[in-house]
Design a protein around this ligand. Structure first.
Ligand SMILES: NC(=O)c1ccc[n+]([C@@H]2O[C@H](COP(=O)([O-])OP(=O)(O)OC[C@H]3O[C@@H](n4cnc5c(N)ncnc54)[C@H](OP(=O)(O)O)[C@@H]3O)[C@@H](O)[C@H]2O)c1
Length: 243
């Protein structure tokens, strides 16, 4: 039987580890060719090997998603290599944790640059290709913090609220062009981003990157007439709070 994403091209940011790496692999297992972006070229190459082992073609491009020229170059290379982008996964994320009273402007700007400006730039650069192709899917990896703020999460939460606003606005702009814009809102997931803030957490109680990747795959494989606005994903055995 044909794989669900056979012949499709996905661009995944933050693909050098964590949820992005797991997503790139599961998309390749389901037939996609995958463009991989993050800043670390060596780690991206590891993901590229996994994608190829899963049966997909991989193009790894070291890219800072907050850099306009770099994003233009990334999308141009993706299009020259594969000719199309069917699925855009805005997953790259950063977090400058700490109380707002002592947050640096650099930390605030890094967080917004990665979590909000990056997706804006990626969407803007990929949209013309999706419009030419007659459709596409954009999936933005948000967070429970995109719905509910919390102590020490000021920059992160604000940037993820921003990403929800960007997603909802863009969805309205492109709905008649067969392009959907969906949000995944994961709860705690065992990745470097999470471990940095909470090194002693019981990993058995939180999500695995693969759990979130499966939800992204679900969104990426919906029929074109179906638009799922957002999916919150929580670990079953964790506290009932939002983050
Ligand atoms: N883990 C959780 O508990 C959790 C919960 C809710 C939402 N999320 C979201 O899930 C997404 C993935 O995070 P993760 O948990 O998988 O964390 P992770 O393992 O730390 O991965 C973050 C990824 O983003 C990339 N990245 C960071 N800054 C970048 C930049 N400026 N340009 C390009 N790539 C950049 C990193 O690669 P380089 O360092 O190589 O650039 C890495 O590939 C993020 O959007 C995060 O906010 C995570």
């Amino acid at each position: 039987m044909d794989k669900a994403l056979f012949g499709q091209v996905a661009l995944v940011t933050g693909a050098s580890r964590g949820i992005g790496r797991a997503t790139a692999v599961v998309l390749a297992e389901n037939g996609a060719n995958v463009v991989l972006a993050a800043r670390s070229a060596a780690d991206l190459e590891e993901t590229a090997k996994l994608v190829r082992s899963a049966g997909g073609k991989a193009l790894a491009m070291a890219t800072d998603v907050s850099d306009e020229d770099a994003v233009r170059n990334l999308v141009a290379r993706a299009l020259s290599e594969f000719g199309r982008v069917d699925i855009l996964i805005n997953n790259a994320g950063g977090n400058s944790r700490g109380p707002i009273a002592s947050l640096s402007l650099a930390g605030w700007q890094m967080t917004w640059g990665t979590n909000t400006t990056g997706p804006f730039l990626l969407c803007r650069e990929v949209l013309p290709a999706m419009q030419r192709q007659g459709g596409g899917k954009i999936i933005n990896v948000v967070s429970g913090r995109g719905r509910q703020g919390g102590a020490n999460s000021g920059a992160y939460s604000a940037s993820k609220f921003g990403l929800v606003g960007l997603s909802q606005s863009l969805a309205e702009e492109v709905r008649d062009e067969n392009i959907t814009v969906s949000c995944v809102l994961p709860g705690p997931t065992d990745t470097e981003l999470r471990r940095t803030g909470r090194p002693n957490e019981d990993k058995s109680l939180i999500l695995r990157p693969e759990d979130v990747a499966e939800v992204i795959l679900f969104l990426a494989t919906r029929p074109a007439n179906v638009y799922i606005t957002e999916i919150p994903v929580r670990p079953r055995r964790y506290y009932t709070g939002i983050a």
